[in-house]
Every structure is written in C-alpha cells, then in structure tokens.
Ligand binder design. Structure first.
Ligand code: ACO
Length: 327
C-alpha cells in the first residue's frame, strides 16, 4: 500500500471589519503608539462588533471549502481550535456544522490556546494517516476581545479577533504535513489564564467585580519561555521531518510579539525575509494567528508548490508545537 500524506487542499480566513488602532488605544488606557509599536510590533487589530466566533469561523470555512472544491456534506470531521468558544457547550464546531450544512461530520473543539491550530493539524493528520477520514475541516478562531480587560494596558494592546480555516485531505504524493511536534508544561498554567468562569471559580458577582473573567498574563516571564519553546518546537519538527533550517522557505510563527518572532528566527538561523509577519495588522489572534498567516502567505505567493513551510506556536498551558509542510 502506498504511503499517504495529509495535505492542505483549501484555505480560508476572515477578520472583522472594525479596526482598533494604537491611536484609539491611546484614548482608552495610559499607553502610546510608540510603546506598542516598539515593544510588540502591533499597529492595529480587528475586533468584532456583533459577530460571534461561529460567524467568523463560518465565513473562513466556506472560503476554505470552496477553495478545496469540497462540498460541506462530504466533510467527515470538523475541529475548531479556540479559547473563546461562543459558549461552554455545545461546541463551536457543532454550531459551525449547522451553519455550513456539514451534516455528516463529527465535531469537537480543541483547547491548546495559541498553539491550537498546530495541535488541530496534528490531530487531523492522524485521522488522515490512519485512513479514518478523507475530508477534515480545521478551524482556528478567536474572539479574544471578549476576554480582554480593556482597563489593563499590559494586555489590552496585544489581542485581536479573527479566524482561519483549512481543508485537509489524503494524498499519495510526498507533500502536505511532513511532521508535527507538540509539547506542553502545565507547571506554567498560572502564567497566562482566565481565572473565573469555569467550574473551579464559577461566575459570580464577586468574580465580575474582581475582573477575573479577563485574561491575565505574566508577560515578561512568558516572553522568555516563548522564545525558547518556539525555537525548540521548530528544531524538533524540522528534525522529525528530516529538513534543515536552511531548507525552510517560509517560517510562519505565532504572532504574539515581533521581538519574539525575531529572536526565534535568529536562534534558528532563518533570515528575516523568510519569516511571515502580519502582527502589525492583526495583533495576537491566539490560535487564529498561524492559520491566518498561513492563508496570507499562500495568497501572497510566499508559499507555493514545492515550498517548505514551518509553522510554530506557543501559548497558554504552556503549550507549544511545530509543523513542517511541503506545499
Ligand atoms: N503602554 C505603556 N507602557 C506599558 C504598557 C503599555 N501598553 N504595558 C506595560 N507597560 C509598562 C509596564 O508597566 C512596565 O513599566 P515599569 O517598568 O514602570 O514597571 C514597562 O512597560 C515594561 O513592562 P514589561 O511587562 O516588562 O514589558 P515587556 O517588554 O515584557 O512587554 C509584552 C510586554 C508585550 C506583554 C511582552 O512581555 C510579551 O509579548 N510577552 C509574551 C506574550 C506571549 O508570547 N504570550 C503567549 C501567547 S498569547 C496566548 O496564549 C493567548
């Protein structure tokens, strides 16, 4: 039997129309365009107005399906990576299934914070390699504005909303997902979290007054670990793929901070012209960041047939991961 690979055969993305610039933030908290630009590389981000995560995910998914020429009723599985689902349950993947009419698909959500898209690619890859499924829709989407504390200048300048989607199918050509490496360390759970609203600390008047439903991050400590973990994730994924850093044509890192991106690229010896950056336009969209960046890299021709792309991410948990794709 010929070896099977999982290939990405269609992509889609959607970001809301509303733009929040650094100048807008200057009017909301004690910050400046200069600080945000220099410390993070972010100039503006997109925020939902009335849209839900399901709305963003549905638009991105329809585009990915059209792009892949796959009918929604032919989908076997929908995975939604998110930390900001529409509600605790049902899963956002079920809500998207209804919207796109994918009545034959199994559905579940996956929580690995900013690394979620790479975790979801890893899961989809296994379902394809095992021969279980033939048409999988992987969505990474976030409405981070719903858990952002707009009074906390150390975090509110960082995040944006958006969604990316890919269709994954088997191929017998040696292309598609070549390797996936996933890692995690729950000892760092307190570094980046939303303390309340779960079963440990259910919503109450007190939790709302203490603003515990918003994201809390130890930014500086997280920064240092992110550089190390993303570098290691890239090295492990490349080694599993039998690909050297010099052979990478396009590095797609999680877009959390331009300084993290530059440090990781330097550590890997990958020149900056090969690194895809869109943090200036969208900020950190958690798991949607890598999915949207992948879409834009393909759209701009930075990734094309034969290109070797390395996707790397890091997020709450902590979680981290890398995925090497031959396009
Ligand atoms: N405007 C102006 N000043 C600010 C702002 C702001 N928006 N935010 C913080 N400051 C101040 C601080 O109060 C501090 O002032 P002080 O020295 O007087 O105390 C100073 O700037 C430096 O603060 P730091 O927190 O040390 O700033 P740092 O250079 O570390 O940048 C940042 C902060 C951007 C958050 C950075 O640490 C970072 O990017 N961390 C990693 C984020 C990440 O990778 N997260 C994981 C993925 S995200 C996810 O999973 C959802």
């Amino acid at each position: 039997m010929r070896k099977v690979y999982a290939q990405i055969s269609g992509l889609g993305m959607y970001v809301p129309a509303r733009v929040l610039t650094n100048a807008d933030l200057e009017r909301m908290v004690d910050t400046s365009d200069a600080w945000i630009t220099q410390r993070t590389g972010i100039k503006e981000r997109r925020l939902v107005e009335k849209e839900t995560l399901t709305d963003l995910a549905t638009i991105a998914s329809k585009q990915a399906l059209e792009n892949a020429k796959v009918r929604s009723e032919d989908l076997d599985l929908i995975i939604v990576s998110t930390t900001t689902p529409d509600m605790q349950f049902p899963s956002t993947s079920c809500l998207v299934q209804k919207e796109i009419g994918a009545k034959n698909a199994a559905c579940f959500d996956l929580a690995a914070a900013c690394t979620g898209f790479i975790y979801a690619l890893g899961v989809a890859n296994q379902f394809i390699l095992s021969g279980t499924y033939k048409n999988i829709l992987v969505i990474a989407g976030e409405v981070l504005s719903s858990i952002t504390d707009w009074k906390d200048r150390s975090t509110c300048v960082l995040f944006g909303d958006g969604a990316g989607a890919v269709v994954i199918q088997p191929t017998t050509e040696k292309r598609g997902i070549i390797s996936v490496y996933l890692g995690a360390d729950g000892n760092f759970a307190d570094f980046l979290k939303v303390p309340a609203g779960g079963s440990r600390l259910p919503a109450s008047k007190e939790t709302v007054e203490k603003r515990q439903h918003f994201l809390k991050m130890k930014g500086n400590e997280t920064f240092k670990i992110a550089v190390r973990a993303m570098g290691e994730a890239a090295e492990k994924a490349l080694s599993l793929a039998g690909v050297s850093a010099e052979e990478v044509d396009c590095l797609i890192p999680h877009q959390a901070n331009i300084r993290i991106i530059h440090s990781v690229a330097k550590r890997l010896g990958i020149s900056e012209d090969k690194v895809f950056v869109n943090i200036d336009r969208y900020g950190n969209m958690s798991s949607a960041s890598v999915a949207v960046a992948l879409y834009e890299a393909v759209e701009q021709g930075r990734i094309r047939e034969g290109t070797i792309a390395a996707l790397i991410a890091f997020g709450s948990g902590f979680t981290w991961g890398g995925c090497v794709i031959r396009w």
